[in-house]
Ligand binder design. Structure first.
Ligand code: SGN
Ligand code: CA
Length: 534
């Protein structure tokens, strides 16, 4: 892969030396770091943010004992790019992992490498999704690619292994096994505990079938959004619950039933039920087959809106069902820390690689800079530093995690990291926090779900988005007056001044973060050369 066009003659050796020296802080005082991340976990599905869909008492503990961030966002709302931003502390256009297709450039310096060099014991368990193994970890056991919910395969330093059971439980078992048996008690540790759930295709653990498959959930206000004021990106995106959610793959109607119904693309993808062993399959069928039979009977008389609601409910049942297991397992880990008297000196982060649409605007999936996928959950607990039960509304990003965790460990960050350490906010010293805008850039188009390329800027009051590549369209949202972002006010005379100000701010942040049209065009050219886009 030739990334030279990016102008990335990486000054790693120079930057490396800045952080090479072990910290002066004594090991016993340096905090342990537990970084918990799930995949596609919407803040709407964490009761500390909103309890109308699900109760998540264990994740909520981090808010009760620490800080809940209500304005945490990602810089690029897609899995592997978000992970690359987190590990490198650099925007996608500089770390090179602009979308799920681009390989991660392992010459990037990551914060776990720096912590390991500074004397931390490091371990990673769960989903990474880079296509290559992580550097800077004493131990890792990761899922290949997206991983599977049932009987998942893991890549380990000793070869691949397949483990029978449910992925969320297994990732936790592997984590606790490492903590119990191989943790070096003379060192502080960094643990990256990374769930696959609640990623598509949303398959819950057997113990959660009865509760979740019989529940109904409140409909989001914008479920039937018609995108009246928006440009072409929203109506052409392929992530609609009605049109694009597959009854077989996503909603678990068995193929034998689905194919008898007059539904286009009922099984475009092919489901994952084949991974279940006979015992698991019997339990699965006992619950899911009657649901499908009932659906098959009602389907011929369903209007589009009835079908949308049915699909939304089925989607929520399984999506939230997978979260119940995440919450229980987070509880197992927090209890372990308590039991071993580690909680006092451990900083625990809970976040997701991005947010997700739970029916808002009629969608599932993510990618857009609109709120539900731009925002990400962020809860941090750090006893004796963070005042319990605090809420922080400053605009923070996943870009900030690397510098935050390095500073918490007393390690100097490389000069080319682009975030801000959140330590002042964690300590309640807000006076030094100056950020008034955050930057976003999404690239994966043409691609799955067909969300057009866009970049933009958000302040507390407004959001300005520019869609480019095959269009040249702008959207502006008045965040305070239109929290659901259903009214694009770009082009309205009363917002002319705001547009001017936001465009100039956008240019400022693009310059600050070193992004440009030239760089975007360079990526487009590279993709065309590699045959990844036409
Ligand atoms: C898979 C999913 C998509 C999802 C991407 C990216 N399709 O391709 O729905 O948007 O992952 O998700 S599936 O048919 O494989 O389920 S990400 O979290 O990895 O970015
Ligand atoms: Ca994801």
């Amino acid at each position: 892969m030739n990334l030279k066009f990016l102008g990335l003659p990486l000054l790693f050796s120079l930057l490396w030396s800045c952080s090479e020296k072990p910290t002066q802080i004594e090991d016993k005082k340096r905090p342990n770091i537990v970084f918990i991340m799930s995949d596609d976990h919407a803040y709407q599905a964490i009761s500390a943010y909103d309890d109308k869909l699900i109760q998540t008492p264990n994740i909520d503990r981090l808010a009760h004992e620490g800080m809940l961030f209500t304005n945490a966002t990602v810089t690029n709302s897609i899995c592997a790019p978000s992970r690359a931003v987190i590990l490198t502390g650099k925007h996608s256009h500089l770390n090179g992992k602009i979308d799920n297709r681009m390989p991660f450039d392992t010459t990037n310096v990551t914060f776990p490498q720096l912590l390991q060099k500074a004397g931390y014991q490091t371990a990673m368990f769960g989903k990474l999704h880079f296509g290559n193994n992580p550097k800077g970890f004493d131990e890792f056991k990761i899922l290949p690619g997206q991983g599977d919910y049932y009987n998942p395969k893991f890549i380990t330093q000793n070869g691949d292994t397949t483990i029978t059971g449910y992925v969320t439980d297994i990732i936790t078992d592997l984590t606790l096994d490492w903590m119990e048996k191989r943790r070096d008690t003379a060192k502080p540790f960094l643990l990256m505990y990374l769930h696959k759930a609640p990623h598509r295709s949303w398959m819950p653990a057997e113990r959660h079938y009865p509760e979740f498959t019989t529940k109904s959930f409140p409909l989001p206000e914008t479920l039937f959004d018609n995108y009246e004021t928006r440009g072409t990106a929203s109506p052409t995106a392929e992530m609609g619950i009605l049109k694009h959610m597959q009854v077989s793959y996503d909603l678990k109607v068995p193929d034998s039933i689905a194919k008898t119904l007059d539904i286009k693309n009922w099984n475009q993808i092919g489901n994952r039920i084949g991974r279940l062993n006979p015992d698991q399959k019997t339990k699965w069928d006992a619950v899911y087959n009657p649901i499908a039979e009932d659906f098959a009977e009602r389907f011929p008389n369903m209007s589009d809106s009835t079908l949308t609601v049915w699909k939304y409910q089925r989607y929520m049942q399984d999506y939230l069902g997978t979260i119940a297991a995440v919450d229980e397992n987070v509880g197992r880990l927090l209890n372990y820390l308590d039991k071993k008297n580690l909680s006092e000196n451990t900083l625990v982060v809970y976040t997701s690689d991005q947010g997700f649409y739970l029916g808002e605007h009629g969608w599932f999936d993510k990618r857009f800079m609109y709120n539900e996928s731009f925002k990400t959950p962020l809860l941090i607990k750090w006893p004796n530093v963070i005042t319990p039960n605090t809420t922080e509304s400053e605009m923070v990003q996943n870009l900030d995690f690397a510098q935050t965790l390095l500073e918490a460990a007393g390690v100097t960050s490389p000069l080319d990291m682009q975030g801000e350490s959140l330590l002042p906010l964690l300590k309640g010293e807000k006076e030094t926090w100056e950020r008034d805008a955050v930057y976003y850039h999404y690239y994966e188009y043409p691609g799955e779900h067909a969300v057009k390329r866009h970049y933009g800027i958000a302040t507390q009051e407004f959001k300005l988005i520019h869609f480019y590549y095959d269009v040249d369209e702008w959207e502006l949202y008045d965040r305070l007056n239109d929290p659901n972002e259903t009214k694009n006010v770009y082009g309205q005379p009363e917002y002319a001044e705001t547009v001017k100000e936001m465009k100039s701010k956008l240019q400022e942040v693009r310059t600050k973060y070193k992004d440009s049209d030239e760089l975007s065009n360079g990526y487009i050219e590279l993709y065309k050369t590699n045959g990844w886009i036409e």
